[in-house]
Structure formats: structure tokens, C-alpha cells
Design a protein around this ligand. Sequence first.
Ligand code: RB5
Length: 142
Amino acid sequence: MKIAIGSDHGGYELKEYLKKYLARKRHQTTDFGTFNHDSVDYPDIAKPVGRSVAKKDYHFGILICGTGIGICIAANKVPGIRAAVCHNVYTSQMAREHNDANVLCLGGRVVTKKMALNILKIFLKTKFAGGRHLRRVRKIGR
Ligand code: RB5
């Protein structure tokens, strides 16, 4: 799969960890930064990742900040993006199955690396259920 990944400083360590997993699984991953622990503004990362996923350059985006919240709010301002903060496997599965989320947001200060990996695995493998959920997603609009 083609995946766009990005984080602010609060998500930097988790981003580096998840990138290693994605590389092992031979996903084509593009890193939109940040590239060290220095403080950056999460919208500066969320917007380019969101735009590239909305353009369908990538199947999915992964965005990580301290809580996952700010970077998710910013990504959802990009037309065509349905970004979801997921704290566990259930919310990750539902974000794909019911909401057809195309960007997974994580909190680097909220979830453990192991939990984040489980959340990511479920997100990548779960298909959108369609049907009544498609009707609801369409009602959200772009
Ligand atoms: C940065 O300290 C922090 O505010 C950011 O990573 C994120 O948690 C915002 O929602």
C-alpha cells in the first residue's frame, strides 16, 4: 500500500517506530516530517498529508501528534479527508468499517507503541462496510 505519514514533535518517536513496521511489510511510505524532536506546528504536517491523500496519491495517511487531536482536526479541514483519532483496536476497526476513514490519527503521548501498532494493523486491513454507512458518509459531504 502507499502510505503518507507525518507527525509533530509529540508524535515523532511513534512515527519512527511505525515507519519501521511499514518498511518491514513493504508498504511504500512517504514521510512528510517532522524529522527530529524540535517543536513544530501540527497543521503544517496535517495539511500536506491530507492534501496528498485526498488527491489519491496514497491509500491512507497516518498522522501523529501528542494527543492525536490537533493533527486530526487540521486534517479534517482538507476536503475529502475523513481522519479519525483511534485509541484502541475497536475504534480503529470502526473508523474503517463504518466511517471509511482515510487518515489514522494517533496520540504519541496517549497510546503505547505496541497498542499503536495493533491499531495500525487493524486500520490497514479493515474494509469499509458500505451500505447504510455509505449513505451516512455521503451525508457528511466533503
Ligand atoms: C504539542 O505540544 C501538542 O499540543 C500537540 O502535539 C498535540 O497534542 C495537539 O493536539
